[in-house]
Design a protein around this ligand. Structure first.
Ligand code: ARG
Length: 280
């Protein structure tokens, strides 16, 4: 018994020594280790892995026509067309994760996805957690109300009950946490989907919906007997594609594709295609 124990003890001691030696070796040869680490990193970027896997993963929230929405079983839209060009450039298949909008930046942080294309506004707050590509669309936060509503301009939102999609820039604007905006709504009602906010507006449960201009147009068009979009907007914003923070290879790929799409006129064509579908 004693013998056995001491054998185990000896084994543990030896293991501990190996571990600590390994630890010493690592810290003792810092420069060499860093050198080879850099070399192996350069040899295996996110893009190398994507090519080896044969697919690239994009995350979005497909509740945002015409940028991403469901058409039967398919997810389609401007961002999907752009994402397909990115996959094409990489020579791989596109895999789409459809998740809640307010979880998208976390998805990037946890390595679940290679990029986010979701009509996402590039702003300073998000830049703390993700890297943004060059911008590809100018947007604004628009106001939708019922026809004949007393709300005729942005300042009429003061004291009103306003619906937004949770976690969006419209949510941030109406919530006005830092008190920077001149508009003080009575309450911000947060919905998982923009369409649910619009339904509540039609049913008289809220006074207005604040959502991005292009999707707002789409909602109004589908309910043109009941809804109007005000001419005045609340913000000016720009959409960009988000990649994991520090993922230079992915960022370079996305920016390369965007710049090609812009200079060839293809991006305008893609956007126009969805304008036509809207009849806008
Ligand atoms: N542009 C807004 C934002 O970045 C709304 C985007 C909503 N996108 C979506 N796919 N649901 O916060």
């Amino acid at each position: 018994m004693m013998k056995k124990l001491s054998k185990i003890g000896a084994f543990l001691l030896v293991s501990a020594m190996i571990l600590s030696t390994a630890g010493c070796a690592q810290s003792g040869t810092t420069s060499a280790a860093t050198g080879s680490e850099t070399a192996s990193k350069a040899a295996s970027t996110s893009v190398d892995k994507i090519k080896a896997d044969g697919y690239v993963t994009m995350s979005t929230n497909a509740e945002f026509e015409p940028f991403e929405y469901k058409d039967g079983d398919n997810i389609v839209g401007i961002d999907i067309d752009i994402s397909n060009k990115i996959a094409e450039k990489l020579g791989v298949k596109l895999k789409i994760n459809d998740v809640a909008f307010d979880t998208l930046t976390t998805e990037l942080g946890s390595g679940k996805t290679n990029f986010v294309a979701a009509g996402m506004t590039a702003n300073e707050d998000r830049k703390k957690n993700v890297d943004f590509s060059d911008t590809y669309f100018d947007a604004s936060q628009a106001i939708i109300v019922l026809k004949g509503s007393a709300i005729k301009s942005r300042t009429d939102l003061n004291g009103k009950k306003v619906g937004v999609q949770q976690g969006t820039t419209g949510d941030t604007y109406c919530t006005n946490e830092d008190g920077k905006n001149d508009i003080k709504v009575a309450s911000t009602e947060r919905y998982a989907k923009g369409v649910d906010a619009v339904t509540d507006l039609i049913n008289g449960k809220i006074d207005a919906v604040v959502i991005d201009d292009f999707p707002a147009k789409k909602f109004v068009e589908k309910n043109s007997d009941k809804l109007v979009k005000l001419d005045e907007a609340l913000t000016t914003e720009q959409y960009a594609i988000a990649v994991p923070k520090g993922d230079a290879a992915m960022l370079e790929t996305v920016n390369g594709v965007l710049s090609e799409l812009k200079s060839s006129g293809e991006l305008d064509k893609i956007i126009d295609k969805y304008k036509e579908a809207l009849g806008a």
